[in-house]
Design a protein around this ligand. Structure first.
Ligand SMILES: [Zn+2]
Length: 706
């Protein structure tokens, strides 16, 4: 379950009534104003200053508007080329500027970048609406769409035509004028609320610290965790103390190993109360307004609720299908989670703990079960998952499957952040495929989670291929003391996951930006990423990349066996906490009326009503559920991970049925899925690869829920 940020600007055809930039000194030197003088045409990151964004955005929007006006005012009859393709090609500068802005806002949101976020959001919303609600432009698009059967278009062109046409309709172009005014207001307000929500989460994450002064309070913690906490304290000017934060690499080891129960409680509460503290960063009223505005928007566009509006374009298509899958899995996961809970309570009782397990105890006792039942200690595993080894392991899989080569660029090269690594990716025959940035560790300016985005999508310009510039951003465990970054197995899987999204961009072989790379339905986009996790966890593959960071010794068979045996460990919990969040998302977005919303009560009543036990907290509580409230990205879409999991488990079995690196299967996966972007319907792509529709059984087996 990894957060994934799509930076595609496919939906942002737009223009605005902004003024052209004034000729100030800043604008003259603005690196966005001239062709990048950089290798592989990557953005000249080091030259871009926060003050360059606003003038560049204004200029790019004006350019985009002029391009759109030229399409509208074209005296020739509307054609696929002069309207649909022209629209896809328009807004090039805006894509360039916004991809840098959005990407850095998430990965390195400095004060200068955050200060203009609200203004940028509003401008982009207005610009998007100016284009997608423009009746004259729509008339031309519609004219082409209506001739679609008479035109001789390729399948890819038919998809672009259909997507463009539907994009306008779904944006509300056919509404009455007063309704359009209303809709624009809603969109603008939503963009503002998303920004506030996300800023609040970042502030609340950075504000909470568990400061430990007494060494005895560190009892149970592994050495790396203690050293890491001392280093964090030093960075914060608290020498001699230990600081734990709600960042996962700091929090999870604490929850898993700290013997002091009251301190685990403090830290976990610090995490799950984010945005719910009744202070200036509280997100409850923001959520209420977002949910109600989405109902209003859906109703305005003729839908019963917001989920219906969203799902129309997804593989799942209807709320019934989504609930069908989530409820089937829920019914299987809850009994497994209850069994896990009972096992842990037994340990507490045996140790004469004298208390009932609470949510902040889950990791601690689960770890005990893992050690007892599977004799597996995570700290025994980490030395074999050194970050660079895992990264090279993911590269090696791509080399074996598709011949791809990865060469690190260690000379001076523009980078989005000094800590990022950069790689040149080529085919086996040396053909350039793209640039890949990888930025690994947490910092105060970075959002939580892990994601993959692009600074440029693959596409063709006048027939010439334009290779993509891809970025992967994570929040993995840092090097501690004299040790390099040693990952947990979960982090290693996440690395393979994000790399899978990266491959989806790097292998894209499409003509049009609007369809390239990860421009696929949200519930299909996790297939290429999640399928890679299967290689990360495969014994054969692990023996190739999991080497001890000091001795180079290959991970012992015994440890691989333990990892394999414990594959079903805690899956009841993992599946339940995920499904709770996915169902909560659906419940918010199947509301059909605007209402007074008490967010805490809404969440508690609903989750208790469907049988979530109090010992498990939803993977995201509402007040920091970034996937659904920090943008429209995964709204009525958090279910996508499990929907895609059905696909990825079933897809990986195609390899297992032959062999892990079977060339015919690999080529078919590449040709039918990774290269195709959104040029073919998702289910068609899947069937072209698998020869049939996906089946759920592989997933159930994988999670021990069968
Ligand atoms: Zn993902």
């Amino acid at each position: 379950m990894r957060q994934f940020l799509l930076l595609s600007l496919a939906m942002v055809f737009a223009f605005s009534a902004c003024q052209s930039p004034q000729k100030t000194e800043t604008s003259v030197e603005n690196p966005f104003f001239s062709k990048y003088d950089t290798p592989f045409n990557v953005p000249p990151f080091e030259q871009i200053k926060p003050e360059h964004y606003m003038p560049a955005i204004d200029k790019a929007m004006a350019e985009h508007k002029a391009e759109v006006d030229a399409i509208i005012n074209n005296t020739e009859a509307p054609s696929f080329e002069n309207t649909i393709v022209a629209l896809d090609e328009a807004g090039k500068m805006l894509s360039e500027v916004m991809s840098v802005y959005y990407s850095l806002k998430s990965a390195h949101g400095t004060e200068g970048i955050m200060a203009i976020a609200s203004e940028v959001g509003k401008k982009m919303s207005a610009h998007g609406d100016d284009i997608s609600l423009n009746p004259a432009l729509f008339e031309r698009v519609k004219a082409v769409y209506e001739q679609k059967d008479a035109l001789t278009l390729t399948g890819e062109q038919q998809m672009l035509l259909k997507d463009t046409y539907k994009g306008f309709v779904r944006s509300g172009v056919s509404l009455e004028e007063d309704e359009k005014v209303e809709l624009r207001k809603i969109n603008s307000r939503l963009s503002e609320l998303y920004n506030s929500f996300s800023t609040n989460v970042l502030k609340e994450t950075n504000n909470f610290k568990l400061v430990i002064e007494n060494k005895a309070d560190l009892a149970g913690l592994p050495e790396s965790s203690v050293i890491g906490a001392a280093e964090t304290a030093n960075e914060m000017g608290m020498e001699g103390k230990w600081v734990f934060t709600t960042q996962k690499p700091s929090m999870l080891p604490f929850l898993s190993y700290a013997d002091k129960r009251d301190l685990r409680e403090q830290l976990y509460k610090g995490y799950f109360m984010r945005g719910n503290n009744g202070n200036e960063f509280d997100n409850k009223l923001i959520i209420e307004e977002i949910v109600n505005l989405r109902v209003k928007k859906a109703n305005l566009l003729g839908y019963n609720n917001y989920a219906d509006y969203v799902l129309e374009e997804r593989m799942a298509n209807t709320t019934d299908k989504v609930y069908g899958l989530l409820e089937e899995l829920w019914a299987r996961a809850i009994p497994v989670a209850k069994k896990e809970l009972a096992d842990m309570q037994k340990i507490i009782d045996r140790e004469k703990g004298g208390f009932e397990l609470a949510s902040w105890d889950w990791w601690y006792y689960a770890e005990k079960v893992r050690q007892e039942k599977y004799n597996l200690d995570e700290n025994e595993v980490r030395p074999y998952f050194e970050l660079n080894n895992v990264r090279d392991g993911s590269f090696a899989v791509a080399t074996k499957l598709w011949g791809l080569q990865f060469e690190e660029i260690t000379t001076e090269f523009p980078k989005p952040h000094a800590d990022a690594q950069v790689f040149k990716v080529t085919e086996a025959d040396g053909t350039h495929k793209g640039i890949l940035y990888m930025d690994w560790h947490p910092r105060a300016t970075k959002k939580q989670g892990a994601w993959c985005g692009v600074f440029r999508k693959q596409h063709r310009e006048n027939g010439d291929n334009v290779p993509p510039v891809v970025t992967i951003v994570c929040n993995f465990s840092k090097p501690v003391g004299d040790k390099p970054a040693l990952l947990s197995f979960d982090e290693a899987s996440t690395l393979f996951h994000e790399f899978g999204h990266g491959l989806h961009q790097l292998l894209s072989d499409c003509n049009y930006k609007g369809l390239a790379g990860t421009s696929v339905p949200r519930d299909f986009v996790e297939l290429p990423s999640q399928v890679m996790e299967n290689w990360a966890g495969d014994a054969e593959v692990m023996k190739e990349y999991a080497r001890h960071y000091k001795t180079g010794e290959v991970i012992p068979d015994e440890l691989v066996e333990k990892l394999k045996n414990s594959a079903h460990f805690n899956q009841g919990f993992a599946t339940t906490e995920y499904l709770a969040a996915a169902l909560l998302d659906m419940n918010y977005h199947t509301q059909t009326k605007e209402q007074k919303l008490d967010v805490n009560k809404f969440e508690e009543d609903y989750l208790a009503g469907i049988g979530l036990m109090p010992e498990i907290i939803s993977r995201y509580k509402s007040t920091y559920f970034m996937h659904i409230f920090a943008s429209s990205g995964y709204t009525a879409g958090y279910y996508s991970y499990i929907w895609s999991a059905v696909l990825d488990a079933d897809a990986f079995e195609a390899f297992k049925e032959t062999s892990l690196y079977d060339q015919a299967t690999a080529t078919s996966f590449r040709k039918n899925i990774l290269e195709r972007g959104g040029t073919v319907e998702a289910m068609e792509m899947y069937k072209n690869f698998r020869g049939r529709e996906p089946k759920i059984e592989a997933l159930l087996r994988q999670r021990g829920l069968d």
